[in-house]
Each structure stands twice: as C-alpha cells, then as structure tokens.
Design a protein around this ligand. Sequence first.
Ligand code: GAR
Length: 203
Amino acid sequence: MNKRVAIFISGKGSNMVSLVESMVGNHVARPCLVLSDNPCAEGLEKARKLRVPVAVVDHRAFSGDKRAFESAMIAELDKASPQIICLAGFMRILSREFLLKWHDRVLNIHPSLLPKYKGLDTHARAIEAGDRVAGCTVHKVMPQVDSGEIMGTAKVQIYKGDTPEALAKRVLEKEHMLYPKVLKRYSLADYRPVFMEFDRVCR
Ligand code: GAR
C-alpha cells in the first residue's frame, strides 16, 4: 500500500514540486495533499498543475489563535489521512500538541547545516562568519525550532565574494536533490540519514 504524504508550504513551493515529482513509479509514497497557511503562496498553483489536492488554512483568519489555526489544519489532514508530513518552506512553528499527534512523522528542510544557523538569514550568517561550507538539512520536526534528528544533509561550497542570494540559489538546487532522497528512504522505513558531500552521495 502506498504511503500518503502531505506537504506544507508557505511560498514558492519549489521543494514541494521536487518532492511531488519524485513520488512516481515504484516509489512507495504518493502526495495526498499540499496545504498552505498562505492563500497567495505561489506553490498552490504549481500543486494544482501537478494534480495534487490543495487546501489553504489562512493563518491570518485566526488572529493569533494558534490552537484554532492548528485545529483547522488538522481537519484538512484528517480528510487526507497522510502517514508522513513534509514541511517544505512552511514558515510557521507547529505546537508541541500538533507534533505529538504526528509523532516522528513530520520532516522539514532547512537551508543550513544544522545545528548551525537555526532560524532565518542562514546564508548571510554563514558568509558573515567566514564559513567555507554551507548546505541544507532534512530533519525530524520537534517542538524546539530547527532541532530533531538529522535525516540528511547536503553540502555546498562558499566562494570568495559569494552573496547570500547566489549561495541560496546553489543551496536550493541541493535541497531539491536531498529532500526526495530522504523521503524515499523514510517512506521505506529506512531511517539511515543521507549525506551528500558536495557532488556525491556518500551513504
Ligand atoms: C527553502 O530554502 C527552505 O529550505 C526554506 O525556505 C525555502 C523555501 O523554498 N525553509 C526554511 O527556511 C524553513 N526554516 P521553496 O518554497 O521554493 O521550497
């Protein structure tokens, strides 16, 4: 039986597209829902074009009432019955209660080599710190932001004179490779992390 995957987005949805496009053929997972907290998210149209059911739970309609917002999200999830949730550029912090319900089955992609640079402006911070290597991480989602078991990383070199925008573009290309690889393993209940060293997958 196929594993059902819900993908949460807030914006462009390029990681969502790479995940959806990967779930074909003998992949054991299939997308069952793209859920956005933002009715203007560009990714919604992309999901529709890919023929994935979409739902919007506009966070602004709940005026800061997180519990009500998450109840509305849960109502959409209950209809779609996912076994795995992938956060893909979803910019809201999920509560402990929400995460308890999907214990260990929520993944996220973050644009840094965690535990370095949790939060925002990851690329600017890596350049500012004089790092030579940046990258992205897929991890299980825990109530503490950008924490949780690491399920995969991909590395990117930082060049002299790099800008946050140029680095973000190169890291995003790696995100599109890493997240599908991690999801494929994860949906087979193979929990070994994926490590991509610059242009190679190491194990
Ligand atoms: C990606 O770079 C993702 O890693 C980042 O937002 C971007 C979304 O792009 N996520 C976070 O910063 C979450 N902490 P996308 O909408 O094109 O996939």
